[in-house]
Design a protein around this ligand. Structure first.
Ligand code: SF4
Length: 191
C-alpha cells in the first residue's frame, strides 16, 4: 500500500486517537491547545517562496488583512511541505520589527557610523554608479588584429547579488548590470 504524506499524517492521527481511546488517556487538553493555534480562523492562501528557483510551495495565513504565518504547503509535489531555513523565515519579509529603516554610513577616514535616511543612501549609490560609469566606461577596444570594435563594457564596478533578494529582484539587478555594461556579475549563491 502506498501512502501520501497527507494520508500518513491522517493515519498517524487516527492511530494515536485510537491508542488514546484504548488506554483512557484524556485528550481534551491537547484538543484545547490545538484550537488555540495561531492560525485558527485565519485565511490560507497558496503561494510560492520568492527566494530561489526551487519554487517551494507555501501556505500564507492571514487574519484582518495581516500575514500571521507562512509555512510549507504539503500539497507541493516536489517538496511535500518542506522549506529551507531561509524559506521558513519568509514571514520576516512582511513582519519584522528589527528591519532597519535607516542607512548606516561611515565616511572615508572616519571611525564612526552615522545614521542616514534611506533616500540619501539611494542618491549616494545612484550618484556613484553614474560617476564611475562616466569615468571608466569602455566603448571601443582594439581586437587581436588591431581593428577597433565596439565593446560597451564597464570593468570598474562589480556586482554581487545577495541571497536576501528574491527572484524578481535578481532579474532586475541583472538587467541593470547588463544595461550599464557591468561584466563582473556574480551571485552569492554561486560563490
Ligand atoms: S529559498 Fe528555500 S524554501 Fe525558498 S524556494 Fe529556495 S529552497 Fe525552497
Amino acid at each position: 500500500m502506498s501512502l501520501s504524506r497527507r494520508d500518513f499524517l491522517k493515519f498517524s492521527g487516527a492511530t494515536a486517537a485510537g491508542v488514546a481511546a484504548g488506554t483512557g488517556i484524556d485528550l481534551a487538553p491537547v484538543e484545547a491547545a490545538a484550537t488555540s493555534l495561531k492560525i485558527k480562523e485565519a485565511k490560507a492562501f497558496a503561494g510560492v517562496c520568492p527566494y530561489c528557483a526551487v519554487g517551494c510551495g507555501q501556505l500564507i495565513y492571514t487574519r484582518d488583512n495581516k500575514i500571521i504565518d507562512i509555512e510549507g504547503n504539503p500539497d507541493t509535489p516536489h517538496t511535500l511541505g518542506r522549506l529551507c531555513p531561509k524559506g521558513a523565515a519568509t514571514i520576516q519579509l512582511s513582519n519584522n520589527p528589527l528591519r532597519p529603516t535607516r542607512a548606516l554610513y561611515r565616511a572615508p577616514g572616519s571611525d564612526k557610523w552615522e545614521e542616514k535616511p534611506i533616500e540619501w543612501m539611494y542618491e549616494q549609490i545612484a550618484g556613484r554608479y553614474h560617476d564611475t560609469r562616466e569615468k571608466y566606461f569602455i566603448e571601443k577596444e582594439k581586437d587581436k588584429d588591431g581593428k577597433e570594435v565596439t565593446v560597451n563594457r564597464l570593468e570598474a564596478i562589480a556586482s554581487l547579488g545577495s541571497a536576501c533578494i528574491d527572484n524578481e529582484e535578481c532579474y532586475l539587478l541583472s538587467k541593470l548590470n547588463r544595461t550599464l555594461g557591468i561584466v563582473y556579475h556574480e551571485h552569492q549563491a554561486r560563490v
